[in-house]
Structure formats: C-alpha cells, structure tokens
Design a binder for this molecule. Structure first.
Ligand code: ATP
Length: 325
C-alpha cells in the first residue's frame, strides 16, 4: 500500500497541474478581453454527438468508440460585444458534418467572434447556434468546450517538459503515441535535436521557442485530443510557406481519414483554397459562399482577395528566388 501511494500522489499532483493548465488554456485562449457572463442552465445535459455524450471531465477520454462528427449551424445569429454595436447581423450558415470549412474575409468581419460564440464565451442576442440540432445554450458548457479543439494563433505552454505539454492533449497517451502525433505535426525532428529532447522544459521558465514551433506543439495536442470539432484560428500563420504547406498536408490527410468537422479561419487564402466550403464573412454577414472554383468564377469579394494575394505571393517568390541566387 505504501509503495503504491507514492507514485499515485505524484500522479495526483501532475494531474492537478495538467487539469489546471487545461482550464488555464481554455480561459487564456482569446479571452483576454472577455467578461464571463454565461452559465449552464440548471440540469443541462452534456452535448451529444452521434449518440455519444461528451464527458465534461477532462480525465475521461472524449469517447471510447470512433466518433461521428457533427454539423454546426448558425441560424439568424445577431451579436455585438456592446448591444448598440452589432458585429454579427442575422448571420446564417451551415458548417457541414465531417468536412473542411474555411471562414475568410476582411479583418474585423467577425471571424474570431464566430469561434467565441461557438465556444459559448458569449451568448447570442438573436438567433441560435446548433450543433447536431442542439442549441449551445442548452447543453453543459464544459462538455461543449471539450468537443471543440482549437489551435489558436498563440498557444500557451505551461512550465514543464515538452512531453508533458504535449500529453495534455490526452492525459492517458503513452510516449509512443505522443511522438507519433508530434511527427505528424512536423515537430518531432526539432524536439529530438534539442539536447534534452522531449524532457526539455518549455514555458515561462524554460526554453524559449519560436511561434512556429509553438503552433506545431499545439497541433500535436489537438491530434492527441482528437475532438469531433476542430478549429484552426490562423493556426499556421507563423510558419514559412514550405513548412506550412507540409503541415497542412498532414492535417488534411488526418481530417479526411477521420472525417472530422473542421473550421479554418484564414487570412491567407492559399491555406484553405482546398476547403469543401468557403464562407466569406464581411461586415457581420455572409457575403458569399461556395468552393474556391465557384467563388473565383463568381468574380466577387473572394475573387478579388484571391487575385491580390496571388500577385503578392508570386512577387515574393520571385524576390526570394533572386536573393538566394
Ligand atoms: P481579424 O481578421 O482581424 O482577426 P475578425 O474577422 O476575426 O478580424 P473579430 O475579431 O471577430 O473579427 O472582430 C469583429 C469586430 O468586433 C471588430 O470590430 C472588433 O474590434 C470587435 N471586437 C472583437 N472583440 C471585442 C471585444 N472583446 N469587445 C469589443 N469589441 C470587440
């Protein structure tokens, strides 16, 4: 009994730290400016996806059997951080189940707001948000948030080894699983090149790592967590073009294989032109939507953004080609 209690106590404290970090991450994530006002309805049930209840408790796996991925629908959603200044105006669109959807559009159009509302950091002022038909206001918030995995623009790391930082994607993952996920996220060879490898301490008091490395660590966590809904918020913006396209290829292959509902917020259209659906948000509403080819043919906002970005991209490629010659 005595022999057992030592490692269990030790695990207990690691677990508490991990749990705290998970909570910190969810609070930290894009929340700097948020005053939390939303609450669970009394007796709210957990979110159900494909007949499976998503447990709120981070220590239990999201699901034992392979998960179905849900459809998400914004229905006549009206929202403003200040009621007299609406940001989303009667916004309606559907994110199809198991497909890759991109949300693009001019800065300030409301893209990140969509993510915050899906997470229920705020409640809508009109309309509703449905996940497989369930209003996000009617389900347990912790369960809802567990069902959505996010790779934010700037993923927080806590002060511990790389291995532990990654494992909090899924607490029961063994080292082999963590390393395989790191490999898919294109970060394993970098970690292995550090003298202490996966034992390297990162975070506030540890090794300073680059924005691009952080993003790949966040992708590793997400691959381990394997939630039914994946949200990438400018998740590869700190990477150079080549690393970014290699990582996106890996992510796309995984999304296709698992048929996950995924949403990409993107400024650079090159990273999402292959999406099954592209929703162009402008001034709080859907300006247009369709596939890349449909939108280019349409000759609207998307087509303009695309040609402007392509021109810039070609110019940059030419410049970098010249300077390396
Ligand atoms: P970007 O592409 O620049 O990230 P976005 O399309 O994601 O922009 P949002 O971040 O959703 O746009 O912001 C939409 C509008 O809401 C902006 O005008 C922004 O200033 C405003 N806004 C965002 N967060 C808050 C907040 N916490 N309080 C008040 N206004 C906010």
């Amino acid at each position: 009994v005595f022999q057992l209690s030592v490692p269990l106590n030790f695990l207990g404290s690691v677990y508490r730290e991990l749990r705290q970090s998970l909570l910190d991450m969810e609070t930290l994530f894009n929340l700097q400016k948020v005053a939390v006002t939303v609450k669970d309805k009394e007796g709210a049930p957990p979110l159900r996806i494909g007949g499976v209840s998503i447990p709120a408790d981070v220590s239990s796996p999201i699901a034992k059997k392979p998960l179905h991925s849900p459809e998400i629908r914004f229905e006549n959603v009206t929202f403003g951080y200040h009621p007299d200044r609406p940001i989303l105006k009667d916004l309606t669109f559907t994110i199809p189940a198991g497909k890759k959807t991109a949300i693009v559009g001019p800065s300030g159009g409301g893209k990140s707001t969509v993510l915050r509302l899906l997470f229920r950091f705020y409640d809508v002022q009109g309309g509703r948000i449905l996940i497989d038909g369930q209003d996000v206001r009617d389900v347990q918030m912790d369960s809802l948030r567990r069902a959505v995995g996010v790779v934010p623009q700037d993923a927080p790391l806590f002060n511990s080894s790389v291995m532990e930082n990654l494992r909090y994607g899924r607490l029961d993952a063994d080292d082999g699983e963590v390393k395989r996920a790191a490999n898919k996220a294109r970060i394993s060879s970098i970690v292995e090149s550090w003298p202490a490898g996966y034992d390297t301490v990162v975070g506030e008091r540890g090794l300073m790592i680059s924005g691009g490395e952080k993003q790949r660590l966040a992708v590793t966590r997400l691959l381990l967590k394997d939630p039914p809904i994946l949200f990438f918020d400018e998740a590869t913006s700190a990477l150079d073009t080549h690393t970014e396209s290699a990582l996106l290829q890996n992510i796309n292959a995984i999304l296709r294989e698992k048929q996950r509902t995924s949403i990409f917020i993107a400024h650079r259209l090159r990273t999402v032109y292959d999406a099954d659906l592209i929703v162009v948000l402008e001034d709080g509403g859907v300006a247009e939507q369709g596939t890349h080819d449909q939108l280019v043919d349409r000759g609207g906002v998307y087509a303009d953004l695309w040609s402007a970005q392509e021109m810039r991209f070609i110019e940059e490629e030419n410049l970098s080609g010249e300077s390396s010659r």
